[in-house]
Ligand binder design. Structure first.
Ligand code: ATP
Ligand code: MG
Length: 463
């Protein structure tokens, strides 16, 4: 079972030793880095199953690295390596969400056992997730919030392509909403009453994936004591969502190509092929074009998948959506946690706009969920969001880009930005009631309606 492990330690010898232990005994992919700041950058770009980090490092200590990584992916498992002297800090790290700590000097068995435990745990989580998703599909898709031009185009494209049978490739950084787009396509498609089956190509280990996808016949391998249907057969007539397709190995890519091209597959250990009628959607945060150049991804498979391409831009390039999204998540987590928070303070919104979100919408969502849980007031302030290090507040829209535009365009852009923030706030306060929102602002209902239409805001998201 091959997982992806990132090891961070400023001592070169330590990295070499760890790498040797792990690669001698297992098939895991190891990435090492001596510089925690670099490691964090890498972590933002790539998907790892486990991070092993030293505690004492000059540029950034392991504890801070842990916190930063958890902000981006709260579910990541981090193991801390520590000398006896710093064991207290290591215990503290576990409280902060580290999976475990290992003391130096360590035995090779201890390292291997911990890695085994973490990866087995992650596999189990992934399986549960598949089951949970299959159940929650019945409840429909959450709305796609966003009123920027980029998001409207994506929403339009979803409506256009959903009813066709075309294969769709969704690309974008981690946490931008690829899975949400895939679900929206399925739920607007002709096969919406059939199943949507998600396969997470990263989470399923290499030797399991073939039987997971295509099923197996009795006796195909030890433990295969009866025939088992694969996800492809279960998804027949419905949609198969291949998540993180860039992580699939080359031999599985070949088998998948055959399935997409011919609609045929062969269960493991079987001599007969079976047929399946499936709509395919794939997603990845890789640049597949680069993977093709480096021979990690089959070009023919890429062209089969890339019939329709939906590219989701990072959140930092569509900051105008932040107030809308933030209020949407505020409402969701206020209800879920039975809190009584009405809105953000204006400086909280400015702080959100000034903050960078490398983890995109998922990071914003986590930030708001966390703040809602800890907040006690009726308004969520800047301090609730960023208790440790508040961002320096700027009006992010009013920057050099604006200064480079002609007056009219600059003004239009600023007004659009103002409208989406102001109207979002009004509707939030009125629970989506347009008449009450218009009253509160002292404008005519029809005028508010027109403004909402122009900014692409609907009242539904606020009810
Ligand atoms: N436009 C949106 N409106 C509301 N919620 C959104 C939107 N986009 C994403 N989300 C939410 O953000 C979270 C992350 O989205 P999603 O899992 O779809 O991202 P992803 O691109 O698949 O990420 P990853 O590459 O890490 O798997 C989810 O909880 C999702 O519901
Ligand atoms: Mg995803």
């Amino acid at each position: 079972m091959a997982g992806r492990i990132l090891i961070v330690d400023d001592e070169k010898d330590m990295l070499t030793l760890l790498k040797r232990i792990v690669s001698e005994e297992t098939e895991h992919h190891i990435t090492t880095d001596r510089d925690p700041i670099n490691a964090l950058k890498l972590f933002k770009k790539e998907t790892f199953d486990l991070v092993i980090t030293d505690l004492k490092m000059p540029k950034m200590d392991g504890m801070t690295l842990l916190k930063e990584m958890k902000k981006i992916r709260p579910e990541i498992s981090v193991v801390i390596i520590t000398a006896y002297a710093t064991i207290e800090t290591a215990v503290e790290a576990v409280k902060q969400g580290a999976y475990d700590y290992i003391t130096k000097p360590f035995e090779r068995e201890r390292i291997l056992l911990t890695i085994d435990k973490v990866l087995a745990w992650r596999n189990m989580l992934a399986e549960n997730e598949t089951l949970r998703k299959a159940l929650s599909e019945k409840e429909g898709t959450p709305p796609m919030v966003g009123s920027t031009y980029a998001m409207k185009q994506i929403q339009g494209k979803i409506k256009q392509v959903a009813p066709t049978t075309a294969t769709v490739l969704i690309t974008g950084e981690s946490g931008t909403g690829k899975e949400l787009v895939a679900r929206a396509i399925h739920h607007n498609s002709r096969q919406k009453n059939e199943k949507l089956i998600t396969v997470n190509c990263t989470a399923i280990t290499e030797n399991v994936i073939e039987s997971e996808l295509f099923g197996h016949v009795k006796g195909a391998f030890t433990g295969a004591w009866k025939d088992k249907k694969g996800l492809v057969e279960i998804a027949d007539k419905g949609t198969l969502f291949l998540d993180e397709i860039g992580d699939l190995n080359l031999s599985m890519q070949t088998k998948l190509l055959r399935l997409i091209q011919e609609g045929e597959f062969k269960p493991v250990g079987s001599t007969f092929t079976k047929k399946a009628d499936i709509r395919f959607i794939a997603a990845t945060n890789h640049h597949l074009e680069e993977d093709i150049k480096e021979k990690r991804f089959r070009e023919d498979l890429f062209y089969r998948l890339n019939v329709i391409r939906i590219e989701i831009p990072p959140l930092d390039s569509r900051k105008e959506d932040i107030p809308l999204l933030a209020r949407y998540f505020l409402k969701r987590y206020t209800l879920r946690n039975r809190k009584n928070i009405r809105d953000f303070t204006p400086d909280a919104i400015s702080a959100l706009l000034s903050h960078e979100f490398p983890g995109n919408i998922r990071e914003l969502e986590n930030l708001i969920e966390r703040s809602v849980i800890f907040s006690t007031g009726e308004l969520l302030g800047q301090n609730d969001l960023f208790p440790d290090n508040p961002p320096e507040i700027i009006c992010p829209e009013f920057n050099q880009d604006i200064m480079d535009l002609p007056f009219r365009e600059a003004k239009e852009k600023m007004i659009l930005f103002f409208h989406s923030q102001y109207i979002g706030g009004l509707l939030q306060n009125s629970g989506g009631n347009i008449s009450r929102a218009a009253d509160a602002a002292g404008i005519q209902r029809q005028y508010l309606h027109r403004l909402m239409k122009e900014s692409g805001i609907t009242a539904d998201g606020f009810k």
